[in-house]
Design a protein around this ligand. Structure first.
Ligand code: ADP
Ligand code: PHD
Length: 418
């Protein structure tokens, strides 16, 4: 049994028309069996994050933020299902009731745990709606709760997959030549509480399913024609990359090309499963093919932009050198405070890192560092990475910018700027 995995992100199901368009994508692709993985609709993960924030800030049920999420989904259902007695309405109501009950009875002060219980509802709602809509339009499918497939530890908001357990579940549940539809981004811990795999982690879910099923291919459907040589939100005149290697895609995703979630590629590379990045607007076009050993076609500089960076420099208070022992202590602290390190540069007396503070722990880290070291830092910086750089591409990026740190190796140039 060789299956295809299709992943639809938030932009592809942001309103009733885009949900209707999924039928078109599936039909153009002759999708009659395989696995569909879907993210929350539109910006609903952000809206649910707001529910969590208000719930924690005010310690009461956040009526307005909750209503916004509820109205958004109800409006889409009303547009998609003219019959107001359709079972989809009861199904989504149950999710909202459970969510409300959870917030009213929850005693846990663990922000990350509570976040996962609330934010995971976005994917539950989107998949219920999509599954019912496809069913209603003649595309029979089996809705599967990803909590029964993807098992993880309890590192909430960035859970680590238990591959053996997950593989066993997936093989048991997805066993026939049918269409299965499940949630991206979510799974469950050993006690069956919801977990999330990190923001934008639905691509990764698709890769996990593909890996466990030895799938034929994965297609992730985007609002762009495929992987471009730069994010069109930041650059004009982008070029479609028709073909790239897993290695190139891993480097791009790691440096911050948000079109593919960084964890997606290694499971696929491991089993040589091709990844297609395609446009849900023009599903008949080939998009980008990511596979083993493939050359970069066309060969062109690739630009990657990562905003919200902090450049932190650490030096000793007693003029001693920053040596291996200090560096290892520093990395232990980065790990402890869940700080992501993107670029490293050291000199005899100072050690600089370009970091990202996704979980808001930077100032706690700083307090700890200041007990032993001298620190300086700049916030609000941007990290530009150019793969396969040339003089022209460097000039393009550096124009009118102040450079804080720069690093060049054979294939990649990185520069931290303001
Ligand atoms: N190199 C790139 N090529 C194409 N798109 C990119 C690239 N880098 C960043 N992006 C951005 O990724 C977006 C698509 O990814 P994303 O919004 O995460 O999709 P989804 O939420 O549907 O999974 C595009 O709209 C584009 O702005
Ligand atoms: N809904 C989650 C997971 C995800 O992957 O979404 P998207 O596919 O829309 O990036 C998020 O927004 O983080």
């Amino acid at each position: 049994m060789s299956k295809r995995v299709f992943k639809f992100g938030g932009a592809s199901i942001k309103d009733a028309d885009s949900v209707r368009n999924i039928l078109h994508v599936l039909s153009v692709s002759n999708f009659t069996d395989g696995i569909i993985v879907a993210s929350a609709m539109g910006k609903m993960t952000n809206a649910l994050e707001e529910v969590v924030r208000q719930y924690f800030d005010h310690k009461i049920f956040p009526e307005d933020a909750f209503r916004q999420v509820k109205d958004f989904h109800t409006d889409i259902c009303t547009a998609l299902f003219p019959d107001t007695n359709h079972s989809v309405f009861d199904k989504i109501e149950t999710v909202f009731e459970d969510l409300k009950n959870f917030m009213q009875s929850n005693q846990s002060p663990n922000y990350n745990f509570v976040y996962d219980q609330i934010v995971s509802c976005g994917e539950m709602l989107s998949t219920i709606i999509l599954s019912e809509f496809l069913q209603e339009n003649g595309l029979e499918n089996i809705w599967v709760d990803a909590k029964n497939l993807i098992k993880t530890d309890n590192n909430y908001r960035d859970a680590n997959v238990d591959w053996a357990w997950t593989q066993k579940n997936i093989k048991e549940v997805i066993s026939e030549d049918k269409i299965y539809l499940t949630q991206g981004f979510i799974g469950s811990d050993p006690n069956h509480f919801s977990v999330t795999l990190g923001r934008e982690g639905s691509d990764y879910s698709a890769a996990i399913l593909a890996y466990c099923l030895n799938a034929e291919s994965v297609a992730i459907w985007k609002d762009v024609p495929g992987v471009l040589n730069a994010d069109p939100r930041h650059f004009e005149d982008t070029t479609l990359l028709q073909q790239i290697s897993y290695k190139e895609a891993i480097e791009m995703a790691f440096y911050g090309a948000s079109v593919i979630h960084p964890k997606t590629l290694q499971p696929l590379q491991n089993k040589r499963i091709p990844l297609y990045v395609k446009s849900f607007v023009n599903p008949g076009l080939p998009g980008t093919s990511v596979s083993g050993g493939a050359d970069l076609i066309p060969k062109t500089p690739i630009f990657i932009v990562k905003p919200n960076q902090i450049l932190l420099s650490v030096s000793s208070r007693d003029f001693s050198f920053i040596v291996e022992k200090n560096i290892s202590q520093l990395f232990e602290l980065f790990e402890q405070f869940r700080i992501k390190v993107n670029v490293i540069q050291n000199s005899a007396i100072s050690f600089s890192v370009c970091i990202e503070d996704k979980f808001g722990h930077f100032h706690q880290l700083l307090d700890k560092l200041n007990t032993k070291y001298k620190t300086t830092y700049n916030e609000g910086l941007t990290l530009y990475t150019i793969r396969h750089f040339n003089e022209e591409s460097i000039q393009k990026v550096l124009q009118n910018k102040t450079i804080f740190l720069q690093q060049i190796n054979r294939e990649t140039m990185q520069v931290v700027v303001k």
